[in-house]
Structures are given as C-alpha cells and as structure tokens.
Design a protein around this ligand. Structure first.
Ligand SMILES: O=C(O)CCC(=O)C(=O)O
Length: 268
C-alpha cells in the first residue's frame, strides 16, 4: 500500500523489515516539555503514567498528534485505534529487555498492531536503544519462556527460547523527539543503559479497527483516525476534567483489564 505521509520506500521498508527508524516527531522544546510533564506525574504517583490518555487532555491530544498518527495510518490503514500508552524508562544500570515478540501476550488478533516508540530523552547507542531482527514479523509466534529474570524490564521476563541469529540485529538509536515504529510480531530486545541519564520511551500501541481482544472482555481503546466499523473495543472519550474522579476510575478499570490480559498465561 502506498503511503500518503511516509514515502513509498519507507512504507515498503516497514513491510519488509517490520520496523522503521528513525522518524521525526517532536521538536526539542516539545520533547523537554513532555519529559517535564511525565516526571511531574511520576513524582506524584508512578502508576499514574499508565492510561494517561484517559486522565489528561494533553495526553489525549498527544496520542492523536498527526506526526504520529499519519505514519501509523500509512502502515495500518485509515481506521486506527490507540490501545495503550506504556513507558519503557531505562535507568542507568543493568536493566535490559530480552528478545521477545509483543504479539505473544497481549491477546490482540489479527496482528494489525504497530507501536510508536517515542524518545523523550536521548536514546542513542549507549542508552540501550531497541534492536530488531529484520523480517521476523513474517515469522509465526515463537515459544517464549517466563523467566522473571532480575533486571529484565518485561513484566514476566518473557524470552524467546529458540536460538536466534543475533548477527542480523539492527540497532535503532533515536535522538530526543524522534520515534520508531515496530510491528507486533517483529523480534526485538535492548541492552543496558550505560549513560548517566534515564532513557525514556513513550510507547504508544496502535491497532487497526478489525483487531479484537481475545483474552479478556471489556478492553478499551481510543479512535484516533477514520471510523470504527467493528466495535470490538469500548471507545474512550476525551477526559472532561484532568485527573477527575470518573477519569481516574476509568483509568483504574483500564488497568485492571490490562493486568488480566497480560498476566493470564493462556498463550503457552
Ligand atoms: O524500550 C525497550 O527497550 C523495549 C520496548 C519494547 O519491548 C516495546 O516497546 O515493545
């Protein structure tokens, strides 16, 4: 499919490799502002950063930002939902991410799901940026083991058990304000952060409207482009009041549904 925002070559590269990096997104000033907002929320309540689009108008606007959503529509088609905001914040030290496929444990099918990973800090080579095994999004789901290994940033320490040819891995370093896109089945990992600053990834998961949640009932999403002709998710509205009572209640519901989906072990 020819892109309307990305060049045809870039859309073809995504289709071939299962990832695309780097893409421009925010200015240095916007990026600093977003980092400040995130860190203010973290200082109050670390778990408040999940589902921020449900509780704050600025995060709602952010997940609709055309600099993110336009390239996403080029690779997913015109009708798109935002499924989640995650954060991969890698402090200096030993934390790492083992080789995995996202599709294994989210319960989303079909796999028309793409992540925008936006750097709110330096995500250069020494910070442990993501690395991808190109073309592996065309592979089936591989067996993963829950290792719960210390320092593994993944919730279950999930790791692909079969031997992988790591010599093909492509590092995807990002400058502050740049982003990468990756397909839900592409195999990826990241090494420890050897710098003195935290590496902050704001991780937006988008899917086409034909995708459904197969593991739990009651999953929620935000329509960010086109129309939802399927109705597989409860659609979330723009928050009326930042951190209002009903907004925070919905954020808690959203968190409970996601925990049930991520921690149900029915993918083995
Ligand atoms: O931030 C990282 O190093 C890993 C992120 C990741 O696994 C993901 O966004 O799917």
């Amino acid at each position: 499919m020819a892109g309307h925002h990305l060049s045809d070559e870039r859309v073809q590269a995504f289709e071939r490799d299962g990832f695309l990096s780097p893409l421009p997104c925010f200015t240095p000033e916007e990026t600093r502002g977003l980092r400040e907002r995130l860190e203010a929320i973290e200082a109050e309540n670390v778990s408040g950063r999940f589902g921020l689009h449900i509780t704050t108008g600025w995060a709602w606007d952010l997940v609709h930002d055309p600099r993110i959503v336009d390239p996403i529509t080029d690779v997913l088609g015109p009708n798109v939902l935002l499924w989640s905001i995650d954060w991969f914040i890698k402090e200096p030290g030993a934390s790492y991410v083992s080789y995995h496929q996202d599709a294994t444990y989210w319960g989303l099918e079909p796999h028309n799901v793409v992540t925008a990973w936006v750097a709110l800090s330096d995500a250069g080579p020494a910070t442990g940026p993501m690395k991808f095994l190109p073309g592996t999004h065309t592979w089936p789901i591989l067996e993963q083991e829950d290792t719960f290994a210390e320092n593994n940033m993944l919730s279950r320490g999930q790791t692909i058990t079969q031997e992988l040819d790591e010599s093909t891995a492509v590092l995807a370093p990002l400058s502050p304000g740049q982003m990468s896109l990756h397909h839900v089945r592409v195999i990826h990992a990241s090494e420890p952060n050897t710098t003195g600053d935290r590496r902050i990834g704001m991780v937006l998961r988008y899917c086409a409207t034909d995708v459904r949640q197969t593991k739990v009932d009651g999953d929620m999403a935000v329509l960010v482009a086109g129309a939802d002709e399927y109705g597989h998710f409860s659609l979330i509205d723009r928050p009326r009041e930042d951190m209002g009572e009903s907004e925070r209640e919905m954020q808690r519901d959203h968190g409970r549904v996601r925990q049930r989906a991520l921690h149900s072990a029915d993918y083995e």
